[in-house]
Design a protein. Structure first.
Length: 149
């Protein structure tokens, strides 16, 4: 059984997270994952700036940052379940970006969550070819779940 744990570390109620969890569960099913777990953690700009500065040496807020456990050779993972890692999303940044792009907060949170999910699976967008593959997968998951721009 797959497990997506959503942890809201802000003081705000985020009703969209119920749907975001379903979108992530459908992405896991689409990728045919079994016995796989990861966390989605909702934070504010201050905390994500701290993470970005500490771990990426970039001293500014970002919208999403991931920590993929499978990328770490020093981490010993259990053999009975696949633990992907953590996705952190800045609620502040998601709100700002949803307004900038003219779509709902649900669309922005879903996009960022699915984007982070594919990073946990090892996908990246460092070049045009990899970006095309990753973004096509993301859009397919969002479309299948009725998440429109």
């Amino acid at each position: 059984m797959n497990e997506v744990e959503i942890i809201n570390q802000t003081n705000e109620e985020v009703k969209e997270l119920e749907v975001v969890k379903k979108v992530l569960e459908s992405a896991m099913k689409k990728e045919q994952l079994k016995k796989t777990a990861f966390n989605l953690i909702i934070v504010d700009n201050e905390y994500i700036k701290y993470l970005n500065s500490t771990y990426r040496k970039i001293d500014r807020e970002t919208d999403v940052i991931t920590f993929a456990l499978e990328d770490e050779d020093s981490v010993v993972l259990p053999s009975d379940v696949r633990i992907l890692g953590d996705i952190y999303i800045s609620l502040d940044k998601a709100k700002t970006q949803s307004a900038e792009y003219g779509h709902s907060l649900l669309r922005e949170l879903s996009f960022l969550a699915v984007h982070g999910f594919y990073h946990l699976l090892g996908y990246d967008h460092m070049n045009k070819k990899d970006e095309a593959v990753m973004f096509a997968k993301q859009e397919e998951v969002l479309e299948e779940n009725g998440i429109k721009r």
